[in-house]
Ligand binder design. Structure first.
Ligand SMILES: C[S@@+](CC[C@H](N)C(=O)[O-])C[C@H]1O[C@@H](n2cnc3c(N)ncnc32)[C@H](O)[C@@H]1O
Length: 723
C-alpha cells in the first residue's frame, strides 16, 4: 500500500528539523492511538505535538539509559508504558516547554510560515500585575523626579526637521520648538567620517557658521535637574543562556563574565536600586524598569497584554503558553486510513541525533561520554546535556528562542559555519553606565494622550502623541510609514549634506576615542523621530500608533549570505514599502563604554555597534552617561545580522520615542524603503566611511554589490551618492 500522504507529510515536516523517520514512526503511531486517529490534533501547529512526543521519547530514553548506567535496574518498556499512560502529556509538555519548536520545512529551504507565540490572558495578567506592582513599589521607594528640563533644552536656533528636507544647513532657519508642538530631530547613527564631511565643514570657521544647527541650552529654570549618582552597578542585563548551537562551546559573553572592575562588587544602581550581580532573570530585567536604568522588558509585558503575542522566558516559566501557526492552517484534506510503519525501532542511545543538525550531533556525542566511575554526576550531566541537546534543536529552529511574536528560523545553504554565540534579547537592556530613565513623571500631559481610548489613528483630530511628527501620525492605518516621512528619512541617509547636522562643541564620541586630545566633531544628523503612544496613554496596545513596540511580526530568517558578508537577515514574505521590520536591539552603552570594548576587542570579524546620536544637539556638552549607543555583540536581536548596503539599501532606520521624551535614549527601528520580495536580503546603509579607521564598526571590505558602493573607488562617481 502506498504510504498515507499524511504520514509522509509528517515525516517530511520532522525531517526538516532533522528528525529521522525511525524516530517519527513510533511516536506517530503512539499519538494516533492516543488521539484516536485524529490527524488534526497531530498536524496542529505544524506537528508540534508530534515533535513533542518525539522529544518525550528521547528524553525518556535518555533517562532510562542513565538509570541503566547507575543501577541497571529499570526497564525501558516500563518507562515507555508510563509515558503512554499519559495521553495528555505531550500537549501538556508543549505548554510547559519554554523553547518551542516550530516544525517547519523551512529550516533548510526557508519558505516556512512562522509560528507566533501567544500568552493566554491569565498569563499576561500575571505578568502585568508583576510589572504594576514593581512600578508601584518603585513609586514609593523613589520619589519621582519632576519632569526635567534636561529632557529637551529649547533651542532658539535649531534645525527644524519638519521642514522640507532639501535645505542646505547654512540656509536653515530654526523655529522655536514649543512643548506642545515640539518637532523633534532626526538622527543618523553614523559617525560621518572624514570623507563625507570634509567638503561640508572644511574649517572651524565654517563649523561655527553652522550655528543654526547648534542648540544653546535654555533649561527651564523652574525645573530642577537632580544630580545623578554615579552608578556602581555591575552589569544589569543577564539572560539565562546564550543562543548557542553547540553545547560543547557554551561561552559566556564578556558582558556577563567581566563586570566592570570599577563596580567593586557593589550592586546598587545610580538611582539607588539594588541589583543582584548573579544573573537576574527576566523578572530582574523587568525590575530594571524601576529605577532609571530602565529596560523595556517591562513594556513588553504590557504590550503583549492586549496584543496577543507574547514573550516567554525560562525565568517566568512557560506556563500557559500556546502556539498557533501564523497562517492558521492545518491540513485536513487527506483520508484518515493510516498505513503505519512497523513497530518502532528505538534508536541506539548514543546515536540519537540525525545528521541534519550537526551541532546537535556533537551535543549527542558529548552526551555519550559517560564515565562509568562517576555515575552519580554522570546522571546529572547526562540529563543536563540531553536537555541542552533538545534546547539546541529548538534554538536552531527559532533563533529568538520564543521571545518574539514570530519564530525566526535559521538557514545555512552555503557552508558549515555555526551561528555565532550571543544572547538573544527582544528589547534593549542597559549595560551599566548609560542613563536611561523611564519614569512616568517625565512624561508631561503634552507628551501623552491619557484621555484617548482604543486606536488613536481613528481619531478625527490626532492626539498629542502626533505633535512630534508635526501634528499627524507617522503611520498609516495599515501600519506603514507615511510616504512623505519615509521619503525624508531615506533622503537623509542618501543625501545627508542636504540635511541639518549638529556639530558638538565637544563631541562625546571623539572624547571617547581619546580623552587627552579630543578631535573635532564630525557631525551628527539631526533626525526626525516617530513618537509612539505608551503606558501613560489611554489607548490600547493595538493602537495604530504603537507599531514598533509591538515587536517583530514579519517572517524573517537569519541566513548565511553567499557573498562573503557572513550571516544576514532576509524576509520570507513580501513586504510593502514603509513596513516595520525590526528594531535594532542591543546593550545600551555609553560611548565611553563602547570604546573601552572596541579597544579591548581583538580580531573579531564582525562588529555590531550603533550610535544613538539623533538628538545630540539638545545639549551643549553632552555628559558621557547621556551619549549612548547600542551594542549587539553579546546581547541583541535579529537586527544584529543585518548587513550593510551602500546607498540603495532596502531598509532605513528611524528613531522612535516610546518610553521617554528624553531623546538621548530611543529605539532604532527599521522600515522598508521599497517593496521587498520574499527571500530578499534585508539591508541598511550603516553610513560608514570606509576610510575612517576610528569608527567603532571596524572597516570591512564591502561586498554589498550596490552600484553605488562607497568602498569601490570610482573618482567620477557623483558626490551626492557618497555621503
Ligand atoms: C552587524 S554585523 C552583520 C552580521 C554579520 N554579517 C554576521 O555574520 O554576524 C556587521 C558586520 O557584518 C559584515 N558586513 C556587513 N555588511 C557587509 C558588506 N556589505 N560587505 C562585507 N561585510 C559586511 C562586517 O563584518 C560587519 O562588521
Amino acid at each position: 500500500m502506498p504510504p498515507n500522504p499524511r504520514v509522509a507529510k509528517a515525516f517530511r515536516a520532522m525531517k526538516a528539523i532533522g528528525i529521522s523517520e525511525d524516530k517519527v514512526k513510533p511516536a506517530l503511531k503512539n499519538l494516533l492511538k492516543l488521539f484516536d486517529k485524529n490527524w488534526e490534533l497531530i498536524e496542529e501547529e505544524n506537528y508540534r505535538s508530534l515533535a513533542d512526543a518525539i522529544f518525550e521519547r528521547e528524553e525518556a530514553e535518555a533517562i532510562e539509559q542513565s538509570k541503566k548506567i547507575v543501577n541497571n535496574e529499570e526497564d525501558y518498556l516500563e518507562e515507555e508504558a508510563q509515558v503512554n499512560e499519559e495521553p495528555e502529556r505531550p500537549l501538556k509538555r508543549l505548554r510547559l516547554r519554554n523553547r518551542e519548536v516550530e516544525v517547519s520545512p523551512s529550516l533548510n529551504n526557508t519558505t516556512s510560515p512562522g509560528t507566533s507565540l501567544v500568552i493566554p490572558k491569565e498569563q499576561d495578567e500575571l505578568l502585568e500585575t508583576g510589572v504594576q506592582s514593581q512600578n508601584q513599589s518603585q513609586d514609593k521607594a523613589d520619589s519621582p523626579r519632576p519632569n526635567t528640563g534636561k529632557l529637551r533644552a529649547e533651542s532658539p536656533e535649531r534645525c527644524d526637521p519638519s521642514r522640507p528636507s532639501a535645505v542646505n544647513k547654512s540656509q536653515q532657519k530654526t523655529p522655536l520648538r514649543t512643548e506642545s508642538n515640539s518637532v523633534s530631530h532626526p538622527m543618523r547613527l553614523r559617525d560621518r567620517g572624514k570623507g563625507s564631511l570634509s567638503t561640508q565643514i572644511p574649517s572651524g570657521e565654517k563649523r561655527s557658521s553652522l550655528a543654526g544647527c547648534h542648540k544653546e541650552p535654555n533649561l527651564e529654570p523652574s525645573i530642577a535637574v537632580l544630580p545623578k549618582q554615579k552608578t556602581t552597578t555591575s552589569h544589569v542585563l543577564v539572560k539565562e543562556e546564550p543562543v548557542t548551537y553547540d553545547v560543547s562551546q557554551l561561552e559566556v559573553p564578556s558582558a556577563v563574565s567581566q563586570p566592570d572592575p570599577s563596580s567593586k562588587g557593589e550592586s546598587s544602581s545610580r538611582n539607588g536600586s539594588i541589583r543582584e550581580n548573579n544573573g537576574p532573570d527576566l523578572l530582574a530585567l523587568q525590575s530594571m524598569g524601576e529605577k532609571g536604568t530602565a529596560h523595556v522588558v517591562s513594556i513588553s509585558n504590557e504590550m503583549r497584554n492586549n496584543g496577543g503575542p507574547a514573550i516567554v522566558s525560562d525565568a517566568l516559566g512557560a506556563k500557559g503558553v500556546h502556539f498557533r501557526s501564523l497562517d492558521g492552517s492545518t491540513s485536513s484534506e487527506i483520508d484518515e486510513e493510516v498505513a503505519l510503519p512497523q513497530e518502532p525501532q528505538l534508536p541506539p542511545p548514543c546515536d540519537s541525533v540525525d545528521d541534519g543538525i550537526q551541532l546537535n550531533k556533537r551535543a549527542s556525542e558529548k552526551f555519550c561520554e559517560t564515565d562509568e566511575e562517576n555515575k552519580e554526576n554522570d546522571l546529572e550531566d547526562t540529563n543536563f546535556q540531553h536537555v541542552e541537546r533538545i534546547r539546541s534543536l529548538h534554538d536552531v529552529v527559532d533563533i529568538a528562542k520564543g521571545q518574539e511574536r514570530v519564530v525566526i528560523t535559521l538557514a545555512n545553504e552555503v557552508n558549515h559555519k555555526s551561528p555565532p554565540s550571543f544572547f538573544y534579547i527582544p528589547k534593549n537592556a542597559v549595560f551599566q553606565n548609560a542613563y536611561v530613565n523611564f519614569s512616568l513623571a517625565r512624561i508631561g500631559d503634552n507628551s501623552c494622550c491619557s484621555t484617548c481610548s482604543g486606536d488613536c489613528l481613528s481619531l478625527s483630530m490626532p492626539c498629542a502623541c502626533s505633535h512630534e511628527t508635526g501634528g499627524e501620525f507617522a503611520y498609516t492605518t495599515d501600519g506603514l510609514i507615511k510616504e512623505e516621512f519615509l521619503k525624508e528619512c531615506i533622503s537623509m541617509n542618501r543625501d545627508p549634506e542636504k540635511h541639518c547636522q549638529y556639530f558638538c562643541k565637544e563631541c562625546p564620541l571623539e572624547r571617547s576615542k581619546n580623552e587627552d586630545v579630543v578631535g573635532s566633531c564630525k557631525g551628527h544628523l539631526v533626525r526626525r523621530f516617530i513618537k509612539e503612544c505608551w503606558l501613560k496613554c489611554g489607548c490600547n496596545i493595538q493602537c495604530g500608533n504603537r507599531v514598533v513596540q509591538r515587536g517583530i511580526s514579519r517572517k524573517l530568517q537569519v541566513f548565511m549570505t553567499p557573498g562573503g558578508k557572513g550571516w544576514g537577515l532576509r524576509t520570507l514574505e513580501d513586504l510593502p514599502k514603509g513596513a516595520f521590520v525590526c528594531e535594532y536591539v542591543g546593550e545600551v552603552l555609553t560611548n565611553a563604554e563602547l570604546y573601552d570594548r572596541v579597544r579591548s576587542s581583538k580580531g573579531e570579524e564582525h562588529s555590531y555597534p550603533v550610535l544613538l546620536d539623533a538628538d545630540w544637539g539638545s545639549e551643549v556638552v553632552l555628559k558621557d552617561e547621556d551619549a549612548l549607543c547600542l551594542d549587539a555583540t553579546y546581547y541583541g536581536n535579529v537586527a544584529r545580522f543585518i548587513n550593510h548596503r551602500c546607498f540603495d539599501s532596502n531598509m532605513v532606520e528611524i528613531p522612535v520615542e516610546v518610553e521617554t521624551p528624553d531623546h538621548h535614549y530611543y529605539h532604532l527601528a527599521f522600515f522598508t524603503t521599497r517593496k521587498v520580495k520574499a527571500m530578499e536580503e534585508l539591508t541598511w546603509d550603516y553610513g560608514i566611511d570606509f576610510d575612517d579607521h576610528d569608527h567603532p564598526v571596524k572597516a570591512f571590505r564591502c561586498q554589498c554589490g550596490s552600484r553605488f558602493c562607497r568602498s569601490v573607488k570610482r573618482p567620477s562617481r557623483s558626490r551626492s551618492l557618497r555621503r
